[in-house]
Design a protein around this ligand. Structure first.
Ligand code: ZN
Length: 190
């Protein structure tokens, strides 16, 4: 079975902050305000994955009140999320995301972002699709005061060896019982 999760994130932009999207630093005069590196793309992918896994949201796993997460690369959140999923027999199938920002142009940076995200998620980069949109000059994003991102993640449930083993044991026991029944039938005396 596959499961799907959705993620959304928005950060205000301020001067004097590094602009990091998808684990890659882009040359720009503004950057996101946030407790970690404010990586809007990594955050929304993280939320999508946690949602698909039924594991709540990014805030409950990496609270912004925790000094441990201050200024860290958000790729660490993705690595940690992948481990949380894998520990439950869940694996990442596909991630699709869209980043909404007026400036700068993101397309040229997508190959590097996909490579960084794929590394953190432990999947081939063909399983990550990125898209860019502007907000047509409208609203806070259009005015360059904020940037946002949306993601949808698909994850799969691994066939647990324990469940498989249980079924095998059941079949072996059934066979043994049939044998036992047939051997315990009273035999005709010769
Ligand atoms: Zn965020």
């Amino acid at each position: 079975m596959t499961r799907t999760g959705v993620g959304y994130d928005l950060h205000r932009l301020a001067e004097g902050r590094k602009l990091i999207i998808g684990g890659i630093e882009l040359p720009f005069e503004k950057g996101p305000v946030g407790h970690s590196d404010g990586d809007v793309l990594s955050h929304c992918i993280c939320d999508a994955l946690l949602g698909a896994g039924g594991l709540g949201d990014i805030g409950s796993h990496f609270p912004d009140t925790d000094p441990e997460w201050k200024g860290v690369s958000s790729l660490i959140f993705l690595e940690h999320t992948r481990k949380l999923l894998n520990a439950r027999g869940l694996f990442i199938v596909y991630v699709d995301a869209v980043v909404v920002t007026e400036k700068p142009k993101l397309g040229p940076h997508f190959p590097a972002m996909r490579a960084a995200l794929a590394r953190a998620l432990g999947i081939p980069l063909e399983r990550i699709n990125l898209k860019a949109k502007t907000n047509e000059g409208v609203d806070a994003i259009g005015r360059g005061e904020a940037l946002a991102a949306y993601a949808v993640a698909t994850i799969g449930e691994a066939i647990k060896p324990a469940a498989n083993a249980r079924e095998r044991i059941r079949q072996i026991e059934k066979k043994a019982q049939r044998k036992l029944r047939s051997s315990s039938r009273p035999r005709k005396r010769p």
